[in-house]
Design a protein around this ligand. Structure first.
Ligand SMILES: [Zn+2]
Length: 116
């Protein structure tokens, strides 16, 4: 978990470097703590390879970086990369403003198909 949170931090830092935006120094610590209490992917229920995704992205809404209401946990499990597919519409340059609904629908679809 700690390793994953660190991975996000490094990845995001690279992405925003060219815009001159600096990550909040508390991001790594706070996001790691938050993941301990939010340890399931919103789209799959999986607890593996979790990332915190910013619903409204950091590079456009840096003021929401540390706002937990802007965070959602999505997996990067290679079996189904919810972070990429649902959070970013399969394009890292995009973001899905309907990510919460789409993740909920995906979770429901998975639960329903299990019950059959
Ligand atoms: Zn993301």
């Amino acid at each position: 978990m700690i390793k994953e949170a660190k991975h996000i931090y490094i990845q995001t830092r690279k992405v925003v470097a060219y815009r001159g935006l600096k990550r909040n120094p508390s991001w790594e610590h706070d996001s790691r703590l938050w993941l301990k209490d939010h340890n399931e992917c919103a789209a799959t229920g999986w607890t593996y390879k979790l990332q915190i995704h910013h619903v409204l992205p950091f590079h456009l809404f840096p003021q929401l970086e540390m706002d937990e209401s802007n965070w959602i946990v999505l997996t990067e499990n290679p079996l189904f990369e919810a972070h990429f597919e649902i959070g970013h519409n399969k394009n890292w340059r995009e973001y899905n403003i309907h990510v919460r609904i789409d993740a909920m629908m995906e979770l429901k679809r998975r639960k329903d198909s299990k019950g059959k």
